[in-house]
Design a binder for this molecule. Sequence first.
Ligand code: AP5
Length: 222
Amino acid sequence: SQNDPLKVMISGAPASGKGTQCEMIVQKFGLVHISTGDLLRSEVAAGSEIGNQAKEYMNSGRLVPDEVVTAMVIGRLSREDAKEKGWLLDGFPRSFAQAQSLEKMKIRPDVFVALDVPDEILIDRCVGRRLDPETGKIYHIKNFPPETAEIKSRLITRPDDTEEKVKSRLQIYKQNVEAILSTYSDLLKKIDGNRSKDVIFGEICSLLLQVQKEKETRKSGN
Ligand code: AP5
């Protein structure tokens, strides 16, 4: 509804499918998609102060310092569109400190979606991933090849998508995940992310519709 819109966090290991699901969630629910990876990549591309601070960390697959990312996210969440339409936070919080910063500000989601995918599948998904710099769309050389030769010719590979860097990103993810999940244990919904993207989306969709309904019921005092 308009004055109490949906607030969603989506998490999961590198290449678990967060960005892919977010494209579909945004289309259906009209939430403001806040992806820290995408925001940071555009800061790097623009050569901004934040981008210059973040670049080396990202290229080597390490986390960007908490202060830099947290300030960026809080700034984005406080904008009018996010308050009006609701938000879908993707890739944040990624450390205990980041989660605590949001908790202190009383910023909590209605639901915390965690995509679960086995390690060996994640590596293949990262190494085969390609991005369309014009539309921002996510492809995969085997799973989701581009529709036309023109799109194919402009696809790019992320500098942190080599097998070696994916392994270290995954390790960093595993070091942080428990502390984050424990912060949101009351809101946690685990989803099996090792299925077709439409099946996964179907499950996320019914989950979000249910959460939306519960919010409305609470508000009307039933
Ligand atoms: P970020 O961009 O968030 O990277 P990530 O978490 O590693 O996640 P990915 O973007 O790699 O994967 P995804 O889950 O979105 O998967 P996708 O849908 O693309 O962060 C990048 C860097 O920024 C970090 O390493 C860090 O340096 C920095 N950063 C970001 N946030 C930060 C924070 N909070 N604090 C500090 N630093 C931060 O899918 C992957 C591939 O699989 C695609 O090719 C896709 O087509 C394919 N695919 C998707 N779904 C399926 C499916 N169901 N079946 C088969 N293939 C599929």
